[in-house]
Design a protein around this ligand. Structure first.
Ligand code: OFO
Length: 183
């Protein structure tokens, strides 16, 4: 009896996305280690927390594939690439990777819609929202570093930014959660 509820194409794509999320976790881990090595403990703390988030995303894909009766395929995880060259470069890269991941999620949403696999479509909506949040967060970080002077940010501005990031929450407020009283 056939118990697999995912098409071969979707199963392969969801497996690839699972590895992608693990790859993103490696990137955050590498950038966090770079930041810590440079003396930015607050930025490192923020990035280490995000490495965990990406790892959680990986687990969500893994569980979903299993729960739909398909096979999970664990492969090697690609390396994170070169270290950032500055705090500004670090945040620009974080934003770029988040946008790239959003595009990947949207592609799978399109595939699930084309297949009329509404369970997968529904599962992916969590990630659509999550990516909106993460892009908002990354954009907020880019704004902060821009205000601090971007590539030319001075040590005292970076010191303040570093302190702030140690306690910056993991989640950004989404536009749909804003009210007149709480803009
Ligand atoms: Fe997995 O959330 Fe961003 O990339």
């Amino acid at each position: 009896m056939e118990t697999n509820r995912l098409s071969p194409t979707l199963a392969a794509t969801l497996n690839a996305q699972m590895t992608n999320e693990a790859h993103n976790s490696q990137i955050y881990l590498a950038y966090a280690s770079w930041a810590d090595d440079k003396g930015y403990g607050g930025i490192a703390n923020f990035l280490f927390r995000h490495a965990n988030e990406e790892r959680n995303h990986m687990m969500k894909f893994l569980e979903y594939i299993l729960k739909r009766g398909a096979k999970v395929v664990i492969t090697e995880i690609p390396g994170p690439g070169a270290d950032p060259v500055s705090v500004n470069d670090c945040f620009e890269k974080v934003f770029k990777y988040e946008v790239e991941n959003t595009t990947k999620i949207y592609d799978i949403v399109n595939m699930s819609m084309a297949e009329k696999d509404w369970a997968t479509w529904n599962f992916l909506q969590w990630f659509v929202k999550e990516q909106t949040e993460e892009e908002t967060l990354a954009l907020g970080l880019l704004d902060k570093i821009k205000v601090a002077g971007g590539e030319n940010a001075k040590d005292d501005a970076l010191y303040v930014l570093d302190k702030e990031l140690a306690t910056t929450p993991d989640d950004a407020t989404l536009a749909q959660d804003v009210t007149v009283e709480k803009p």
